[in-house]
Design a binder for this molecule. Structure first.
Ligand code: AMP
Ligand code: ZN
Ligand code: FE
Ligand code: FE
Length: 283
């Protein structure tokens, strides 16, 4: 019997490298029972999967998700939304605004990087990202790696794209409260993504006070002691515990395969029950 799931996966609808159908195929081959697609600011990957769903796809459950970026002062914070209703109009409208603004931001970053002497054009970023996807910094980094300016995507971040580097432009963003409200009104559960990466546990406590209903305790970036700490924190505040690989299929970024980093199904069942309760249903 299959027992493992992965609740944090990106596709090429945002900055992942693989199309949604390939992700589903890989997840099935890895024997996963549930996966959540959690692209940055878009649900297009999930829509594609649901539209192309075939009979033999039913051995794996695809949970609709999304990952928003926002800022607490000085800290970038990501919020995951699970079991969202992908037909929700308010959600779709906000995602469209974020999508348009991400394209505008990418253009600005390309101009800044070109002004530093790199030969890069926005068209090249579009060619890598595709016509429809939600653009992020990794797409820009991929152009610069392809052009041999840098050996790896992360080295581009180190030199140009981290928050304090010269190619960076901030996100257009919703506030923490707006994101949490947006997810909840779409029937979803807001979960604080990779709290360890925030690198400031007072911000994590602020996020709990703001109303996230879960903590992503299991993430490839977390140490054993962080996992222990966030498990206790989740218990203390009665939060759901989630986790996932944050798979992008980016070479050099762990994990480079689906099925290597997973969580037990019990955690997914708990999250699912919470979402049913939130919607006022019974189970
Ligand atoms: P953006 O959404 O445009 O702000 O870009 C954020 C994305 O860049 C996230 O998916 C991260 O996984 C990725 N990212 C952030 N820092 C790095 C890094 N140092 N190396 C590779 N990818 C990174
Ligand atoms: Zn990403
Ligand atoms: Fe994230
Ligand atoms: Fe992510």
């Amino acid at each position: 019997m299959k027992m493992a799931s992965d609740l944090h996966i990106h596709t090429d609808a945002s900055d992942g490298m693989l199309p949604p159908r390939r992700i589903v195929q890989m997840a099935r081959e890895a024997g996963l029972s549930h996966i959540a697609i959690t692209d940055h600011d878009t649900i297009d990957g999930i829509k594609t999967i649901y539209q192309n769903n075939k009979e033999d796809d039913h051995d794996i459950i695809i949970i609709p998700g999304v990952e928003f970026s926002t800022d607490m002062p000085q800290r970038e914070v990501h919020i995951l939304g699970y079991y969202i209703d992908i037909t929700n109009h308010i959600l779709r409208k906000q995602l469209h605004i974020l999508h348009v603004n991400r394209r505008d931001r990418a253009q600005k970053m390309v101009l800044k990087i070109a002004a530093l002497g790199y030969n890069i054009h926005y068209d090249e970023v579009l060619a890598i990202a595709g016509e429809k996807s939600t653009i992020g910094r990794p797409h820009i980094a991929r152009v610069l790696v392809e052009k041999k300016y840098f050996p790896t995507i992360s080295s581009v971040f180190d030199v140009l794209l981290e928050q304090d580097r010269p190619g960076y432009v901030p996100h257009y963003k919703l506030s923490v409260a707006q994101i949490i409200t947006l997810i909840r009104q779409a029937g979803g559960i807001p979960v604080l993504a990779h709290p360890g990466l925030i690198n400031d546990d007072s911000v994590v406590l602020d996020m709990i006070r703001s109303g996230v209903q879960g903590l992503e305790v299991y993430h490839p970036s977390h140490t054993e002691s962080q996992i222990h700490y966030y498990l206790q924190l989740a218990e203390k505040h009665a939060l759901a515990v989630t986790g996932g690989s944050d798979f992008h299929a980016t070479p050099g970024r762990f994990p480079d395969e689906l099925g290597i980093f997973t969580i037990p199904d019990q955690l997914v069942f708990h999250l699912q029950r919470l979402s049913t309760l939130e919607r006022g249903g019974c189970f």
